[in-house]
Design a protein around this ligand. Structure first.
Ligand code: NAD
Length: 357
């Protein structure tokens, strides 16, 4: 049966890196007779420029009919000063909430070939393999009321609402326990239960779930300590589960442990397994158009898509193996280049992965 994939290149380096991922998908499509078909839509600044909004309802409807979505990245200085309600990032929030993509999976895996590119000492990071499970459709990024209001004294005040319902915590908690079962069987739940009531409930629900997963060890950690432990002794973690905002921050910190944010894929899944796959990084406007962006996070996102939403494990394995082979050959984009390696462009990296396939 044919599987339909939506491609959302987005802004900045988005189109450059998605082009390489598309080439890789085309290659495995042919090699493994996957019967994939593709449709493309605009998101972010590109959509604002054409339609006056960061994601049209028609694009969302189209996305609903797809089995999976591959996204580049959105945003850039061109759209930084427009009305907040239609900024590029709103397109992302819209598709995540409309499709109910509540579970964001962010692996932070250090390729042995890149140990020198990590910001930490090799002995601290070698063998690192963490999965951060971030709740994506709730918490302070969506909580109402929100806004900027003027107080009686004329001063302005910004405010947001941090809330999580038991069912929201439970479903992301279950995702974390299930993922841990397939890995190192440890879940560390990250909260700020010493200060925030919303996360006191978070901790309570996680504790309530734990007996249902006796084979998985649950621990709790305050987010400030978790940030510290990630840079002190990151290998203590297997699966980390946390809310939207903490997950946003911790996953970027974990990204740097792996050498470059340009290496990290992510998946956002809904309850029916439909997912959106994207690199963890943004649109990198500082290097857009220069042909130097690292396409590997997007290529690895495509491989996660084949694995988690389409059940095409053989093709996913082949892509991951090809990426490992290219790194073995010493080929590196500028962000992960170290002494003794060969610096290559975005498209040359794509060529190399195709050749390795
Ligand atoms: P960023 O991730 O775009 O860039 C941070 C740094 O990492 C930059 O120096 C950039 O050059 C580098 N970098 C990122 N991806 C790279 C890659 N593939 N190869 C090589 N280097 C790479 O974050 P930022 O600078 O904070 O944000 C830039 C824009 O991206 C903003 O408009 C922001 O809102 C947006 N953004 C979008 C997403 C998304 O689409 N999911 C996520 C984060 C930020």
């Amino acid at each position: 049966m044919s599987k339909k994939i939506m491609i959302l290149p987005g802004d900045g380096i988005g189109p450059e890196i998605v082009t390489q991922a598309q080439r890789v998908l085309d290659a495995v499509n042919e090699k493994f007779s996957l019967n994939l078909s593709f449709v493309e839509e605009l998101i972010g600044g590109a959509s604002i420029d054409k339609h006056g909004e960061p994601l049209t309802d028609a694009a969302v409807e189209n996305a609903r009919s797809c089995d999976a979505i591959l996204l580049g990245a959105v945003g850039g200085p061109k759209w930084d000063t427009i009305d907040r309600a239609i900024r590029p990032e709103r397109g992302l929030l819209k598709i995540r909430s409309q499709l109910g993509l509540y579970a964001n999976l962010r692996p932070a895996l250090l390729y042995p070939q890149l140990v020198e590119a990590s910001s930490l000492k090799p002995e601290v990071v070698s063998g690192l393999d963490i999965l951060i499970v971030r709740e994506l459709t709730g918490g302070i990024y969506f909580g109402e009321p929100r806004g900027i209001r003027t107080l009686d004294n004329g001063e302005r005040e910004g405010f947001n609402t941090y809330k999580y319902s038991e069912s929201e915590i439970e479903r992301i908690g279950r995702t974390a326990f299930e993922m841990a079962r397939k890995r190192g069987k440890k879940v560390c739940s990250v909260d700020k239960a010493n200060v925030l009531e919303a996360t006191i409930l978070w901790r309570e629900v996680m504790d309530r779930l734990a007996p249902e997963y006796p084979d998985v060890e649950l621990s709790h950690m305050y987010v400030d300590n978790a940030a510290m432990q990630l840079v002190r002794a990151p290998k203590q973690f297997d699966v980390m589960v946390t809310g939207n905002m903490f997950g946003d921050i911790l996953s970027d910190a974990a990204a740097m442990l792996t050498g470059s944010i340009g290496m990290l894929p992510s998946a956002s899944l809904n309850q029916s397994g439909q997912g959106m796959y994207e690199p963890c990084h943004g649109s990198a406007p500082d290097i857009a158009g220069q042909g130097i962006a690292n396409p590997l996070a997007t290529i690895l996102s495509a491989s996660m898509m084949l694995r988690y939403s389409l059940g095409m494990n053989e093709a996913a394995d082949a892509i991951e193996k090809a990426v490992g082979k290219v790194l073995d050959q010493g080929l590196r984009t500028a962000d992960i280049a170290t002494g003794g390696t060969t610096k290559v462009s975005t498209s040359a990296m794509g060529d190399a992965v195709l050749a390795a396939l």
